[in-house]
Design a protein around this ligand. Structure first.
Ligand code: 3PY
Ligand code: MG
Length: 253
């Protein structure tokens, strides 16, 4: 069988994930079939709900790509459901303290690391695992990434990284720029944001954990990889579809 997402990331591979906003399971599958090694279903700013998560995760599995989910702010219970439905990696937005990281980790990991409740029938089915095999591998194979997108989170970063149930972080450069600039402007590719991203990657790698980031521009992917990021999001279905339509209309003339 294909190596797990956790195995690939821990081996140092760079994984670029497509970003599914439109909550159309077939589109998520199409992104996987196009060659993305991973597809992330976004429940925070994207339109996914529990039903599209259920069907979207199955559709991604059909494409052979890895399955990731971003949950809404403060919804640790949804992190457990995403895992139960077959997510291999969950991103939690706006984690600003060790306590918030621990609440997320508790939902992601079975005892003794956390307090996740048992019931992963669908997740085990998509992973092709028996309940016993699923339990034996879940805490190490299913990854929890805490989003770092405020100065408070940067100040708490070492404590967040010290949480045993947190496998890594994921930088949101838009919110990070908005909060670093105290709401004055969005500047996700600006020097202040990029310097913070560089520092966050270095501290995360020093802690032996996975560094992830969202890239708005394709050119940002190589830059992020050079900073030490290995789980990199680029390519939003809504944006890509709109650009392709405009391109087609332009070529019709
Ligand atoms: C951000 O840039 O703030 C994000 O959350 C990216 O999705
Ligand atoms: Mg954000």
């Amino acid at each position: 069988p294909q190596p797990s997402l956790a195995t690939r990331l821990r081996a140092g591979e760079t994984i670029v994930t497509a970003w599914s906003n439109l909550a159309v399971p077939i589109l998520a599958e199409v992104m996987g079939r196009a060659g993305y090694p991973c597809v992330t279903l976004d429940m925070q700013h994207g339109m996914h709900d529990i039903a599209s998560l259920r069907d979207g995760l199955a559709a991604i599995a059909l494409s052979g790509a890895h399955r990731a989910v971003r949950i809404p702010v403060g919804e640790s219970g949804t992190a457990s459901r995403a895992l139960d439905f077959g997510a291999e990696l969950v991103i939690a937005p706006m984690i600003n303290s060790a306590a918030e990281a621990r609440a997320f980790a508790d939902a992601m990991k079975y005892p003794p690391v956390g307090a996740r409740s048992w019931g992963p029938q669908r997740g085990a089915m998509l992973a092709g695992k028996s309940p016993a095999d699923y339990l034996a591998s879940a805490n190490t194979e299913l990854l929890s990434l805490a989003m770092i997108e405020t100065p408070e989170a940067i100040a708490a970063l070492d404590d967040i990284l010290a949480e045993p149930g947190i496998d890594g972080i994921f930088v949101g450069p838009s919110d990070l720029s908005l909060t670093l600039n105290k709401g004055a402007r969005l500047d996700p590719g600006g020097p202040l944001t990029m310097a913070a991203a560089q520092d966050i990657a270095a501290r995360t790698r020093a802690a032996g954990k996975i560094a992830g980031i969202f890239c708005l521009e394709a050119s940002g992917v190589a830059q992020a990889r050079d900073m030490g990021y290995s789980f990199i999001a680029h390519g939003v279905d809504l944006t890509l579809f709109s650009a392709a339509l405009k391109d087609t209309l332009a070529r019709i003339g």
